[in-house]
Design a binder for this molecule. Structure first.
Ligand code: NAD
Ligand code: MG
Length: 383
C-alpha cells in the first residue's frame, strides 16, 4: 500500500535507511528536513521530489536556496528550527518519521502529534526529555506513536496480541554492551573518540555510537520504554546480548517469554513502523541460524558504566531528571567528540547533574528547555 511520509533528519543514519525503505516500496516523500548536510539533501531532493524541505542551519539553508534556484519542481524551502516545526505540522503525510538526533527533535515530535499525525519515532530524546508532554499529546490527539528504535520495535512487535499485552509483567531490554564491554574504569579512562566510534554490530550516527559505548544509550532506552509501555523501571531488565540478534523480549504473567529476532539492521524496525500493522518484504537478509550457532547473555555492569546507573536514578526521581541527564549527556558527548573531556567524565557529569537536585513534578515545554540549559551549564561548570 502506498504511503506518504515526512522524514525529519533525512541526512543521518536512520534518515538514509528510511529512504532505502521508501525507495523499495515506492513511498511518496512529502517533506524532508536536515540540519546542514545539503550535498546529501540535494541528492535526496533529486530522487524523491519532496514538496517541502526544511534546513535548520541558516547558512546551509542559504546555500541550498542558491543551488535550487531555477530547478524545475524545486521544493519550497523552510528555514531554521521554526521551519522544522512548521514542516512537522504540515498536512500531507500519512506519517511523520522523526530521525533527528538529540533534544532538537522534541518540538518537531510535539508539532507532528498536535497536528494529528501518527509519529514514527527514532528520536528517543523526545520521550526522554519530554515524555510526559509527548504521551499526553498522543492521548489527547488519539494518534499513534510507532517505535523505530530496534529494542522498542521488538517489544512492540511482541505485544501485538492484545490479550497477552494486558498481562505484560516484565520487559527484557537487550544491549550489545558496546565496544568496551567487560572493561573496568582503569581500562576506560584513556579511551578516545576513535576507540568509542567503533561499534561491533551497528553503524550509527556519532552521538548514539558514543552513547552505546558509555551505555547511556541503554539508559535512554530504559526511560523510552517506561514511557512507551507503561512499566516501571524495576520491571525492565537490561540483558546484554552481544550478537545483537535478539532485539528485546517481553515476559507475561505465566512467565512465558516472547522475543523478536533478526539480523541487526535498522531497516526492519524502520519498515515495521511504516507498514504497521502489516508486514512487507524487506531488503534485509534472513537470519542464518546455521551460521549463528550460539547466542550469549550477560549482565550490564552499572558500577563501571555510570551513565546507565544515572538514567535509572533519573527515571526513579521522575519529573525533569531524565531531561537533565540527557542535556548533560548531549553536552558531555559534544565535548568528548572535541577531545576536551575524557571518556569517564561523561558518566561522572551525567550522574552529577542527576544527583544535584530533586527535579520532581509536572513540567511545561519551557521547563524542559530551562532544565536542558541548566544541565549543559552544569557540565561546563564541572569539567
Ligand atoms: P545522525 O547523526 O546520523 O543523524 C541525525 C540527523 O538529525 C541528521 O539528518 C541531521 O541533519 C539531523 N539534525 C542534527 N541536528 C539537528 C537539529 N538541531 N535540528 C534538526 N535536525 C538536526 O543520527 P542517527 O544515528 O540517524 O540517529 C537519529 C536518532 O535516531 C537519534 O535520536 C538516535 O538515538 C536514534 N536511533 C538511531 C539508531 C541508529 O542505528 N542510527 C538506532 C536507534 C535509534
Ligand atoms: Mg536501540
Amino acid at each position: 500500500m502506498s504511503k506518504t511520509i515526512t522524514l525529519l533528519g533525512s541526512t543521518g543514519s536512520i534518515g538514509t535507511q528510511s529512504l532505502d525503505v521508501a525507495r523499495m516500496h515506492g513511498y511518496t516523500i512529502f517533506g524532508l528536513a536536515a540540519h546542514s548536510r545539503i550535498e546529501i539533501l540535494q541528492k535526496q531532493i533529486a530522487e524523491f521530489h519532496p514538496r517541502y524541505v526544511a534546513v535548520v542551519d541558516e547558512a546551509a539553508c542559504d546555500r541550498l536556496e542558491a543551488e535550487l534556484t531555477g530547478m524545475a519542481d524545486a521544493p519550497r524551502l523552510l528555514r531554521g528550527t521554526e521551519g522544522l516545526r512548521t514542516l512537522a505540522a504540515m498536512d500531507g503525510p500519512d506519517v511523520v518519521l522523526n530521525a533527528v538526533v538529540g533534544i532538537a527533535g522534541l518540538p518537531a515530535s510535539l508539532a507532528a502529534i498536535e497536528s494529528g499525525h501518527d509519529l514514527a519515532l527514532a528520536n528517543k530524546e523526545s520521550l526522554v526529555t519530554g515524555g510526559h508532554l509527548v504521551t499526553d499529546a498522543v492521548r489527547r490527539k488519539g494518534v499513534r506513536l510507532l517505535p523505530v528504535d530496534s529494542e522498542h520495535s521488538a517489544i512492540f512487535q511482541c505485544l501485538q496480541d492484545q490479550h497477552s499485552a494486558k498481562r505484560l509483567t516484565k520487559i527484557l531490554l537487550t544491549a550489545s554492551g558496546g565496544p568496551f564491554f567487560g572493561m573496568k574504569q582503569d581500562q576506560l579512562a584513556g579511551k578516545k573518540k576513535e576507540d568509542a566510534l567503533k561499534h561491533p554490530n551497528w553503524n550509527m550516527g556519532a552521538k548514539i555510537t558514543i552513547d552505546s559505548a558509555t551505555l547511556m544509550n541503554k539508559g535512554l532506552e530504559l526511560i523510552e520504554a517506561v514511557w512507551l509501555f507503561g512499566l516501571p523501571e524495576d520491571k525492565i531488565q537490561i540483558v546484554v546480548q552481544r550478537e545483537s540478534v535478539i532485539h528485546s523480549a517481553v515476559q507475561f504473567a505465566d512467565n512465558s517469554v516472547i522475543a523478536q529476532m533478526g539480523v541487526p539492521d535498522m531497516r526492519i524496525p524502520i519498515q515495521y513502523a511504516l507498514t504497521w500493522p502489516d508486514r512487507l518484504p524487506s531488503p534485509v537478509p534472513e537470519l542464518d541460524f546455521a551460521a549463528l550457532k550460539s547466542l550469549s547473555f550477560d549482565v550490564a555492569d552499572e558500577e563501571t558504566f555510570r551513565c546507565l546507573a544515572a538514567c535509572k536514578k533519573a527515571i526513579r526521581k521522575g519529573g525533569l531528571a531524565p531531561c537533565a541527564a540527557n542535556g548533560a549527556n548531549e553536552e558531555a558527548v559534544r565535548l568528548f567528540l572535541q577531545d576536551k573531556i575524557g571518556f569517564l567524565d561523561i558518566g561522572r557529569l551525567v550522574e552529577g547533574v542527576v544527583d544535584s537536585q530533586s527535579f520532581g513534578g509536572d513540567y511545561t515545554l519551557q521547563d524542559v528547555y530551562d532544565c536542558d540549559a541548566m544541565a549543559r551549564a552544569y557540565v561546563r561548570a564541572h569539567l
